[in-house]
Write a protein that binds this ligand. Sequence first.
Ligand SMILES: [Zn+2]
Length: 308
Amino acid sequence: MSDFPHSLIAFQRRFPDEAACAAYLAALRWPDGFRCPGCGHDQAWMLDTKAWTYQCKQCRRQTSVTAGTIMHGSKLSLIIWLWAAYLMATHSNGISAFQLWKQLGLGSYKTAWLLCAKLRHAMVDPDRKALFGLVEIDETTIHHRTKDGPICGGQGRSHDGKLLLAGAVEVVGPGPGRIRLAAIKDFSATSLHGFIATNIAPATTAKTDGWSAYPGAPGVNHDPRVIGAMAAHLVLPWIHRVFSNLKTWALGVYHGLRRKHLQSYLDEFTFRFNRRRTRHAAFRSLLRIASRRQPVTYKMLIAAEATG
Ligand SMILES: [Zn+2]
C-alpha cells in the first residue's frame, strides 16, 4: 500500500472521520483481507453495534480493528492516534509529549505521554534486518536529566551520572545508511559484543577505534583503527556525526534524556534517522508496526526500564 498523506491538508482530507481511520488501520493490519486471530478464518461480518469490530463467520469471535494492537483498549479516538503518529513520524525532529498534549488538545499530560510512549514502542520493527556490509561502531556517553532537575553528568572521563550507549552505522558509498543505538551498562567486551551480536549481521566488516573491548567480537571481521581521541571523528566520521546529532536532538526536543527511558528515545531517534528520506511513508510504517505489535500498558512501559 503506497497510500499515505504528504501534507497536513492531505492528511485532513484523507482522514476526515473515524471510519476512514479504521479502514486504513484494517488495511495495514490485514493486507490480504481480514483473518480471524482465533481460528484463522477469512470471512467476517462488520458489526453494527460495536465500532470497527468484525465477527468471525466460523468461530463468532469478535475482533475490533485495534484489539491486540498497540491501540488496544485506548479511550482515544482513532483520529487522535493517527494525528499523533503523523506528527511523530513526519516532523524532522519528532514531537515531545508536552507539545503533542497542546497541539492535539488532549485531556492531560499523562495521556499525551502514554500515547507517545506507545507509539515509540512501535518504532522498532520486530522484522528489521541487522546492519551489514561496512559498519562503523563506537561508544559514547550522554548527559541525562533527572525527574525535575536540570541536565547533569560527571565531568571529564568519569561515567558517573552519564548514560552509556553503543552505536553503529552502515557506510553505503559516500554516506551513512541505517543506524542502531543501544543503552549499555558499561564499555566492557561483554556489553559491546552483546551489542554487535544483536545488531550486526555475520561477516560484516566492523570499523572501530581500536578500543580493547572490540577484538574477538563474534562473527564480524574486525578492522581496528588505533587513534588518538582528537582524530576519532576523522576515522569514524559517520558514527560521530550520528552521536552529535543525537545529543543535539536530545537537548532540543527533550531538554535531555531520562535514564529510565533511554532505550525508547534511542529507538525513536533510530526510527526517524533510518527513514529520513521517506518521512511521509514513515507514518504508514509506524501504524503498520503499531497494528501488529502486542498491546503495552502504562505499567509495562514504566516497569520495563525501571532499572535502566
Ligand atoms: Zn474465527
